[in-house]
Design a protein around this ligand. Structure first.
Ligand SMILES: [Zn+2]
Length: 321
């Protein structure tokens, strides 16, 4: 059975997990979480699936592993992580972009060293296909976020559609500066200083613009639009992605009703089941030091304007996504 892959990309804390959970509620769609972390955190450390069971005991992932690879094994995880380390790096995006851009135009000369990119992407392709077969879903959502993986998949010929999530850089920087425990083990999630977040924000977002210039379909969604008007934003997105129009009964303005998802790794929101309020996290407006706010604005203003955010005052304007 053929399947389609929708890759949800963007810098962390931009609402990628929320969008993936909403997409996963649509008929014919299965959301897998941040597959990029499956190898280390799922297979390697047996961290919990979104259903709450340890990864290796989750029936869904057991079936996917059996079908895709004849079962999960530490060797498989090591092999994919080694390939990831070699090919799937943000600093390799310029190299990957050249390959993505010339995809289909020139065949790679035969007889050269093994094609690591192809081998790496093949692991994902098998996993996506198995997830489609196990669930009967035609659309697979991978919310791995990192632009480098989207380049790897596209460069290896996997037909991915990318949803590029953006969120106001000041809100993202404020979120990354806060102390948040990981629900998996209680250890603190990574924290970045606001200037570091601003640089990551620029790099990741610009990378998705580059990906679009390489001919990969990229659709942009603003976090603020998704939480302010979830029905409308999701309806517009499914239209742009060519997904069947659905009347999302799980969605009201202000809340979503989520079922159990078998998502591997991601934001703590992946464990949420039942009615989940949808409201903007605007803590940065009151909680962020003026100096940090100014610094992040100074570093990111051209893209903030492009995405329709106001540099001073009340933030996101309407309808610029
Ligand atoms: Zn599960």
């Amino acid at each position: 059975m053929s399947h389609r892959v929708i890759f949800v990309g963007g810098l962390g804390r931009s609402g990628t997990t929320l969008l993936e959970r909403l997409l996963g509620e649509l008929p014919g769609v299965v959301a897998l979480g941040e597959v990029v972390h499956l190898w280390a955190r799922g297979v390697g450390r047996d961290e919990p699936c979104g259903c709450g069971l340890p990864f290796l005991r989750c029936p869904f992932w057991r079936r996917v592993g059996e079908r895709a690879f004849g079962g999960w094994s530490p060797e498989l995880a090591r092999r994919v992580l080694d390939l990831r380390h070699r090919v799937d790096r943000t600093r390799r995006i310029p190299v990957l972009a050249r390959r993505t851009g010339r995809r289909g135009r020139t065949a790679r000369p035969a007889g050269r060293r093994p094609d690591r990119l192809r081998a790496y992407a093949e692991a994902y392709r098998r996993l996506y296909r198995a997830a489609g077969e196990v669930t009967g879903a035609e659309v697979i959502v991978d919310s791995s976020k990192h632009a480098s993986l989207a380049f790897c998949l596209a460069g290896a010929g996997e037909p991915v559609s990318v949803v590029h999530m953006v969120r106001d850089a000041r809100a993202v920087a404020h979120s990354w500066s806060r102390w948040v425990p990981r629900p998996e083990d209680g250890t603190p999630m990574t924290r970045w200083r606001p200037a570091a977040t601003a640089v990551h924000w620029l790099v990741q977002n610009l990378a998705f613009h580059l990906l679009a210039r390489c001919g990969v379909p990229v659709t942009r969604v603003r976090y603020e639009d998704l939480v302010d008007a979830p029905r409308r934003t999701l309806a517009q997105l499914t239209l742009r992605l060519g997904l069947p129009a659905a009347r999302p009964s799980f969605l009201a303005d202000g809340a979503a009703v989520l079922s159990v998802g078998h998502t591997v790794s991601g934001n703590p929101m992946r464990f949420a089941v039942g009615t989940v309020p949808l409201r903007r996290d605007d803590a940065w407006r009151t909680g962020m030091a003026r100096r940090d706010r100014w610094l992040v604005t100074a570093l990111t203003w051209p893209l903030l304007l492009r995405y329709g955010y106001r540099l001073a005052g009340q933030g996101a304007g309407q309808g610029a996504a």
